[in-house]
Write a protein that binds this ligand. Structure first.
Ligand code: 5AD
Ligand code: FES
Length: 354
């Protein structure tokens, strides 16, 4: 067994693909020593590609209105305690103005699946953003839309799209989502986004109810095959008004282990140290960077709505101003030997650091 673990580790450290069984074995038999070895390898390969730069994304939470009812999510349609809001295009442009002043060169528009944001409204908004800030990337994170919709938004100037796959195991997917949502459509959306030329991000929660070493192994295999440009992984954190209120949160330990594995199996990936990771541990984001992440996503949303965009309980940064969040993260990154850069922060396709 020990030899097996060693072989798998060597494969991963040399960026060779593992089988699903190999990933499951690695997860089930991980030790603190193995995690440390993988983190070391992950940091090394990231340094070769990205140096010590950490990219920042200005996250604008445009709406907490959502037609879906994902079992884990605090803004699910059936949550009557959620105080709903949506930002107008003008509100969003004001956030971007502030973000640009602060040095952000990527804006992430994230929200629930809210029909107010029609293709026409979004195309116009994206066009205005790109016209005003041609040196910035626009990332969308607005859930499942049709091929035609994704196409129109791409033509309007959107650069990237984040759509976590949530889990690569169909049965697990179905246990986390209502019957109105399908695993097949999720995967189809990701393929459509890729074929339209977006930089595409997938991802999943660590420690979601029903997750096992086997389902995680499928996630890792999917990532190894799909080779996303970005991959958002953070711990599941329960929300009091959901079905999963009493479920335990994911751990820092497993999240960091998986960040290292993902960096090793697809070295150029843009990997955020997420707000959820910062929520379950005071230095969660620093630990994420030290495990192989290279992106942070401070909040640019107006302060008045931050608490309302509660996907999970106890979310950090809800009382901060955008400038404070950016400065706080800059200081945090400097304290561990990294620096936040003013850059669009596109994915590097090859292993050659500029
Ligand atoms: N805990 C952690 N992450 C969550 N998300 C939604 N609800 C939770 C939760 N309770 C994540 C999902 C979604 C992303 C925007 O936020 O993975 O894709
Ligand atoms: Fe928001 Fe630290 S990142 S206050």
């Amino acid at each position: 067994m020990r030899e097996n673990l060693q072989d798998l580790t060597e494969l991963l450290l040399s960026h060779q693909p593992l089988t699903e069984e190999g990933f499951a074995f690695l997860i089930e038999n991980r030790t603190p020593e193995l995690s440390a070895r993988l983190a070391q390898g992950a940091v090394q390969v990231r340094r070769q590609i990205y140096g010590t730069a950490v990219y920042v994304r200005g996250l604008i939470e445009i709406s907490n209105i959502c037609k879906n009812d994902c079992l884990y999510c605090g803004i699910r349609a059936s949550n009557k305690n959620c105080d709903r809001y949506r930002l107008s295009p003008e509100d969003i442009l004001l956030c971007a103005d502030e973000g640009y002043r602060l040095g952000f060169r990527t804006f992430v528009l994230q929200g629930g699946e809210d029909a107010y944001y029609t293709d026409a409204l979004l195309a116009d908004l994206i066009g205005r953003l790109k016209e005003k800030y041609p040196d910035c990337a626009v990332t969308l994170s607005l859930g499942e839309r049709s091929y035609e919709s994704y196409k129109r938004l791409k033509e309007a100037g959107a650069d990237r799209y984040l759509l976590r796959h949530e889990t690569a195991d169909k049965a697990h997917y179905e246990s986390l989502h209502p019957a109105s949502m399908s695993f097949e459509n999720r995967m189809e959306c990701l393929r459509n986004l890729r074929s339209l030329g977006y930089q595409v991000g997938c991802g999943f929660m660590v420690g979601s109810p029903g997750q096992t070493a086997q389902t995680l192994a499928k996630d890792l295999k999917f990532i190894a095959d799909f080779k996303p440009d970005m991959c958002g992984i953070g711990p599941f954190v329960p929300h009091a008004d959901t079905v999963f209120a009493k479920e335990p949160a994911g751990t820092v330990e497993l999240t960091c282990f998986l960040l290292s594995v993902i960096r090793l199996l697809h070295p150029p990936v843009l990997l955020p140290a997420t707000t959820a990771l910062g929520t379950i541990h005071p230095e969660g984001r620093e630990l994420g960077i030290l495990a192989g992440a290279n992106v942070v996503m401070p909040n640019l949303s107006p302060e008045s709505v931050r608490e309302k965009y509660a996907l999970y309980d106890n979310k950090i940064c809800t009382g901060e101003e955008s400038a404070q969040c950016k400065d706080c993260l800059s200081a945090r990154m400097r304290s561990i030997g990294y620096e936040i850069v003013t850059d669009r922060g596109d994915v590097k396709k090859r292993m050659d650091k500029e």
